[in-house]
Design a protein around this ligand. Structure first.
Ligand SMILES: Nc1ncnc2c1ncn2[C@@H]1O[C@H](COP(=O)(O)OP(=O)(O)OP(=O)(O)O)[C@@H](O)[C@H]1O
Length: 363
């Protein structure tokens, strides 16, 4: 029986030394300019083996162009994209190393799912029995004999994934695979990718919605206008934007000093007079305030919304030209990463106004 996912180094994948750990995907100084339009600019990031890396950016930020360069479908203007240290096109058996889902529309509508996979299996030298297996893997076993023209977008996405899995690849490169999937389909995809990674596979998955990949990806690469704006673990991003405690107090400066003396240095007085403190429990703040003669009027906890963090990071992707002037329009305002920022917190210190501006975005 064929293994559902690759387990460790894939036999016959073309390694001179099968014991050598695969170095993963490396994008190095990659640029692509279409005529005068820069789609990707000096982009560098890495996808470590065994990771699920979310590749995020707004529409038109260069995700597809980057993935197409990685897969040798678009020639870079500069830089390189390497899989296990070599360009995709130089891999001895590329379909057995990387499975890709780029476009779930380009199927022959008269082909059945089974026929489509038969053709691909023959093309990459995979036994015909693998077709049945990948159909079952993606939940399309019952639709094997149906024409693809009748498929919903979600079914096409599953078929595209089945195609990518034919060669038992060690890497999956997926361009917006959640497009068209209903919530059940998205949950299924999430579990599927987690299982694939647990079995030793590596995933690079693009999306323009952070929430889609947040629960799956252990690493995030965020781009805007073809440029890198963030790279790191999902946990680090969460940690950098963890919950903060907002305290309306009689003497915020005194409370801040007391907090700093107790080791809680990440405290800032907000324009509305409240003190925002990261990395401390509300009870601890209340105890310190009481101990230093500061009256607390109200306390609330705000949880950072990573989607808002993402929006703030990529703000300015769309800059419209002012009609007739050829000038860039205004950059959209940054979204606050904390939802419902500044809810009425109760009494404010005298003279303090409720402010709509507040926190200045991710630090
Ligand atoms: N073949 C092409 N010719 C000219 N311009 C192109 C071509 N392919 C992409 N572009 C441009 O490059 C930029 C990046 O496009 P790309 O499709 O890579 O972005 P994306 O992040 O994948 O967007 P989306 O989320 O909408 O799929 C866009 O301005 C796009 O118009």
């Amino acid at each position: 029986m064929t293994a559902p996912f690759p387990t460790g180094p894939v036999a016959g994948a073309g390694y001179a030394n099968a014991a050598a750990p695969p170095p993963g995907i490396a994008v190095q100084g990659l640029s692509k300019t279409f005529r005068n339009v820069p789609a990707v600019s000096d982009l560098s990031f890495s996808v470590p083996p065994g990771s699920i890396t979310g590749f995020l950016g707004p529409n038109g930020s260069g995700k597809t162009t980057t993935l197409r360069m990685l897969l040798g479908l678009v020639r870079p203007t500069a830089g390189a994209a390497l899989v296990d240290g070599m360009p995709f096109t130089s891999l001895p058996q590329p379909a057995r190393v990387v499975g890709a889902v780029l476009d779930a529309q380009s199927f022959h509508p008269k082909h059945t799912a089974g026929t489509h996979l038969d053709v691909y299996a023959a093309a990459i030298g995979v036994p015909a029995a693998r077709v049945r297996h990948v159909l079952d893997l993606v939940g399309l076993g019952a639709a094997a004999r149906r024409q693809i023209g009748e498929f919903s977008l979600g079914m096409r996405q599953r078929l595209a994934l089945a195609t990518a899995l034919l060669g038992e690849p060690r890497y999956l490169v997926l361009d917006e695979p959640a497009n068209g999937l209903d919530p059940e389909g998205m949950a299924w995809l999430r579990d599927f990718l987690l299982g694939y990674a647990r079995s030793g596979g590596t995933v690079l998955i693009s999306s323009h919605i952070l929430r889609e990949v947040e629960q799956t990806a252990d690493r995030l690469v965020i781009i805007s206008r073809g440029m890198l704006v963030h790279q790191g673990t999902t946990a680090d991003l969460r940690h950098a934007h963890r919950a903060r405690v907002l305290v309306a107090a009689s003497d915020p400066a005194r409370l801040a000093t007391a907090l700093a003396a107790a080791g809680h240095t990440d405290a800032q007085v907000q324009p509305d007079g409240r003190l925002a403190i990261v990395g401390v429990e509300p009870e601890r703040v209340a105890a310190l305030a009481a101990g230093h003669g500061v009256t607390v009027f109200g306390t609330s906890v705000e949880h950072a919304d990573l989607e808002q963090v993402f929006l703030a990071m990529t703000a300015g992707q769309y800059v419209g030209a002012a009609p007739g002037w050829g000038m860039q329009g205004p950059t959209p305002p940054q979204q606050p990463p904390y939802p419902g920022q500044f809810p009425p917190p109760g009494p404010f210190p005298p003279g303090q106004q409720h402010s709509p501006t507040g926190w200045e975005g991710p630090r």
